[in-house]
Ligand binder design. Structure first.
Ligand code: 2AM
Ligand code: CA
Ligand code: CA
Ligand code: CA
Length: 254
């Protein structure tokens, strides 16, 4: 492995305390709109700047791609970072938001970490070495009945003019499952599948920085990561993550 997972965890936890100091003082948080439904706060910018600088100093051999600052020149091997996934939740004082950091080496994801500072839950995986939550191995659920399952989704791009805006898909799946959740952080949703708290998750119109780390964590925990047709791989515009046992039952509903 080209990195020390302990060093990276320390860096991400420090980034988490930067975010937490702003989370505890939301009255003074500066919130801006990137577009009508995409927020960016001082915390998003500060967390990303810290990660870019610190990871760049520790590991100068890797490039960097973050949601807020864009891509560095060399992208052959790179950190893929969402400084705060779930900014809207963060800005409201809700607990489901996370810092997502993945490492991609020559187009292969080798490391992913998702840290939820308000819950103090740290998930990570290295390719081929399993997935962990707060130091303990985690595994996807054993639920094999769709009718008894708990699913999660999100509506990253919910526009009335979009024909395929996920509402129809949600209706179809909600009718045949027991529980449905909408946590607001795709990176965390993937970790909840990895941890067996949720049996499956799907969303559309996401970006690679939302899902790169969580997808590796879900895969290493025994889950499937596909598009809505069942093709294996990370397709952020159409991502379906399951415990494996529910994949065939979900695909016809996608
Ligand atoms: P963010 O908080 O980093 O913006 C929730 O459904 C997911 O959608 C989150 O991962 C959230 O990430 C993302 N998201 C929120 N607004 C979005 C937008 N306008 N376009 C794409 N993704 C968005
Ligand atoms: Ca955003
Ligand atoms: Ca995001
Ligand atoms: Ca973000």
């Amino acid at each position: 492995m080209n990195i020390s997972t302990a060093v990276v965890e320390k860096v991400i936890r420090e980034a988490g305390s930067i975010a937490m100091s702003q989370f505890k003082d939301l009255a003074n948080l500066e919130v801006n709109k990137k577009s009508s439904r995409d927020l960016v706060t001082e915390a998003d910018v500060a967390v990303e700047a810290y990660l870019k600088e610190t990871l760049g100093r520790e590991y100068p051999q890797f490039g960097f791609w973050g949601e807020e600052s864009g891509q560095s020149a060399d992208q052959t091997s790179r950190w893929i970072v969402d400084p705060i996934d779930g900014t809207h939740s963060f800005s409201k004082g809700q607990y489901f938001w996370s810092i997502s950091v993945a490492l991609e080496i020559e187009q292969e994801l080798v490391f992913g970490a998702v840290y939820a500072p308000a819950l103090d839950d740290y998930y990570y995986a290295e390719k081929g070495k399993g997935a962990y939550k707060n130091g303990r191995p985690i595994h996807v659920s054993k639920e094999d009945q769709l009718a008894d399952s708990m699913v999660a989704t999100g509506f990253a791009c919910l526009r009335s003019y979009l024909k395929d805006n996920n509402l129809m898909r949600f209706n179809r799946i909600a009718e045949v499952t027991t529980g449905q959740r909408r946590f607001g952080s795709a990176a965390m949703d993937l970790c909840l599948v990895a941890d067996g708290q949720v049996d499956a998750f799907w969303e559309q119109e996401l970006n690679l920085y939302d899902v790169a780390a969580g997808a590796l964590i879900a895969k290493e925990a025994g889950g499937t990561v596909t598009d809505f047709k069942g093709q294996e791989g990370i397709f952020p515009k159409q991502i379906l993550v399951t415990n494996g046992l529910l994949l065939d039952q979900l695909l016809p509903l996608m």
